[in-house]
Write a protein that binds this ligand. Structure first.
Ligand code: HEM
Length: 183
């Protein structure tokens, strides 16, 4: 039988605070990433082209883009990418990012697709980080910011699944025990 965990008690906003704290992004790392925003702006159009290019290559992902304004999507993804180099990674930042995750939950998009697409973000983000005058430190900092986004995207999905399962089985504790294979 799975043991109860204190992490199970952490909810909503407190999860965002926990994640931001856990990344241990130092103020020097924040400053370094913030200095690269201009470079991220320059690379953003190439990144969005590669990103949606890949999604259009696969029928199962291209289906989600039918009838959607690509100008709007390109611009929103570019903003998301540039904001990775915002230099401020606080609860407000995490809240904005989790709302984007929730939008993907609502369009019925399986989580594996956004997670797989982090590959494209990683390639372009690393190119931005390379341009820093301290490329190794910038790379480490960028990886932290990206890991934070992966965790936040996942959280948006997990929150939704947990809510539905908890409603179904009569409580979150029971849902967690079930998911850990108990009973
Ligand atoms: C790294 C992964 C991803 C990121 C960072 C990302 C980013 C974004 C952003 C910033 C928005 C705008 C949200 C808003 O309205 O404020 C958006 C919307 C959207 N994304 Fe993604 N996305 C990702 C993966 C995907 C994938 C894999 C698909 C489809 C296969 C997809 C399809 C869409 C669609 C259809 C919308 C528009 C939703 C609507 O307005 O109804 N996204 N995305």
């Amino acid at each position: 039988m799975a043991q109860e965990r204190t992490s199970w008690q952490i909810k909503d906003e407190a999860i965002l605070t926990e994640l931001v704290t856990m990344m241990e992004i130092s103020s020097a790392e924040c400053a370094l990433l913030g200095q690269l925003k201009g470079q991220a702006e320059v690379l953003a159009p190439e990144m969005t082209k590669a990103f949606y290019g890949r999604l259009f290559q696969h029928t199962n992902t291209a289906e989600y883009l039918e009838g959607i304004s690509m100008d709007r999507l390109n611009s929103m993804l570019a903003t998301w990418f540039i904001e990775l180099f915002n230099g401020v990674y606080d609860e407000d930042y995490a809240r904005r990012r989790i709302n984007i995750g929730r939008i993907h939950v609502r369009i019925g998009l399986p989580l594996r697709y956004p997670l797989a697409m982090m590959d494209v973000i990683m390639v372009f983000g690393e190119q931005v980080a390379h341009q820093s005058d301290q490329p190794d430190v910038a790379m480490t900092a960028f990886r932290k910011a990206l890991a934070l986004d992966v965790a936040i995207f996942n959280q948006a999905y997990e929150d939704n699944q947990m809510k539905h399962l908890a409603d179904l089985v009569g409580g979150e504790r029971l849902a967690r025990l079930l998911l850990s294979g108990a009973g």
